[in-house]
Design a protein around this ligand. Structure first.
Ligand code: ADP
Ligand code: GN1
Ligand code: MG
Length: 374
């Protein structure tokens, strides 16, 4: 089989890691909005070996060594937990970092870019959209179990890799500033979206107020619980490992659950150009609640947290809409875009989901109550 040529910066980085065998192929992989991900195939004596190479976006993650320190601690801790529970079969149940030749968790290229390598988890895949209730249940359980695994992470508080990441008030203020500055001259075009966001300002503070009052508490959370951040077994469909650990840091469990609702209980892609296609799918919401309450963290959630599972989905969808709109107003400096209106389309479709979740609050409350009573 012939392969396209391996990009030159990737070839340079492959030499920085002590990989077994001869380079066969390497090329772009996955569909994230932030980092660059590549799969690399090596021909080793025992057969082909595949690795994941990632160039971490250091414009967004401003302290990559600190981030990698988090990743090292988290992967080691989770690997220890799954090994204790499952023995040798646990090798693919956690991300495994491949250290660089100098022993560090990353290597730098000539341009100062940061690269890391993981063993590619074989026999598993990610999906960009949830197709079935079983997938939603499995993903929610996996992210809940992941939070529980990290409850006793030793070594003190993790670094905040992006300060105020899910601080919705800060996200709201960033939008207010971007709208006032109107750097890209797009303000007039998005008046309706700005009005939509401003009308919901009070929502930005709801969880922060509960946190300040001590009614809910901080834990180590994942903070980016999109369905494509959990690897699913090719054969059984069961969760294999939680991946994409760049934003693992102190946060609220409700942020993680809310982000699952946004991405796994929605009717279409986050950037569907037709907002009318977007609505909440209650059977998938029920599956998420079942998976999450049935996970190892389910029993730890208090009544206030359980009561806000539906609102969490609304809040995270609102927050992502704020962020897409802010990026559009600032001239698309944060997310990768495929066309000039991409961030605007993402925002409109997120706000359509916010509306749908608002209308479904009573139904969601009933679902949570029914699941919690079981
Ligand atoms: P991003 O921050 O860009 O979303 P991810 O770490 O989620 O980056 O990686 C992007 C995609 O690459 C994932 O959705 C998954 O399909 C694939 N991937 C990442 N790490 C691995 C791994 N260790 N094994 C197999 N596939 C992986
Ligand atoms: C980004 O890296 P990726 O594509 O998994 C973003 C998330 C957003 C998401 C929207 C570090 O996630 O916060 O919810 O896009 N990650 C970062 O799709 O900003
Ligand atoms: Mg990802």
């Amino acid at each position: 089989m012939s392969h396209p040529p391996v990009p030159p910066d990737l070839t340079e980085m492959i030499a920085a890691f002590p990989l077994e065998g001869r380079l066969v192929a390497g090329g772009p992989y996955g569909s994230g909005h932030i980092n660059e991900t590549y799969a690399v195939v090596m021909a080793a004596d025992a057969g082909p070996r595949r690795y994941i190479f990632q160039k971490v976006n250091h414009r967004i993650f401003q302290n990559v060594p600190a981030l990698m320190e988090n990743v090292r601690r988290v992967t080691a801790h989770v690997a220890g937990k799954v090994r204790a529970a499952e023995g040798a079969a646990a090798a693919r149940r956690a991300l495994t970092l491949v250290p660089a030749r100098d022993g560090r968790t990353f290597a730098q290229d000539a341009g100062g870019g940061f690269w890391r390598v993981y063993d590619l988890i074989e026999g598993a895949n990610t999906v960009d959209r949830v197709e079935t209730e079983a997938q939603a249940r499995v993903a929610a359980r996996a992210f809940g179990d992941f939070q529980a695994q990290l409850a006793d992470l030793p070594g003190g508080r993790l670094h905040e890799t992006i300060p105020n990441f899910h601080h919705t008030r800060s996200r709201f203020e960033a939008l207010r500033r971007a709208a006032a500055e109107d750097r890209a001259g797009r303000g007039a075009e998005v008046r309706a979206e700005i009005d939509f966001a401003f009308a919901r300002e009070a929502d930005a503070d709801r969880l922060l107020t509960l946190l300040a009052r001590g009614e809910i508490s901080e834990r180590v959370t994942h903070n980016d619980t999109k369905i494509n951040n959990v690897m699913l077994d090719d054969v059984t469909g069961r969760a294999v490992a939680v991946i994409d650990l760049d934003t693992v840091m102190p946060g609220l469990p409700l942020y993680d659950f809310g982000e699952m609702v946004r991405t796994s209980a929605s009717s279409t892609f986050e950037d569907d150009p037709a907002p009318a296609n977007m609505h909440l799918r209650l059977p998938l919401f029920r599956a998420l609640v079942e998976g999450y309450l049935g996970s190892a963290v389910g029993g730890v959630l208090n009544a206030t947290e359980r009561a806000h599972l539906g609102f969490a989905g609304q809040l995270m969808t609102y927050e992502n809409g704020l962020r897409f709109l802010t990026d559009y107003l600032q001239g698309d400096t944060y997310y990768k875009i495929k066309h000039p209106r991409h961030n605007l389309e993402r925002c409109r479709t997120q706000f359509a989901l916010v509306r749908s979740i608002e209308e479904a609050q009573a139904a969601m409350t009933a679902i949570v109550a029914a699941c919690a009573a079981r």
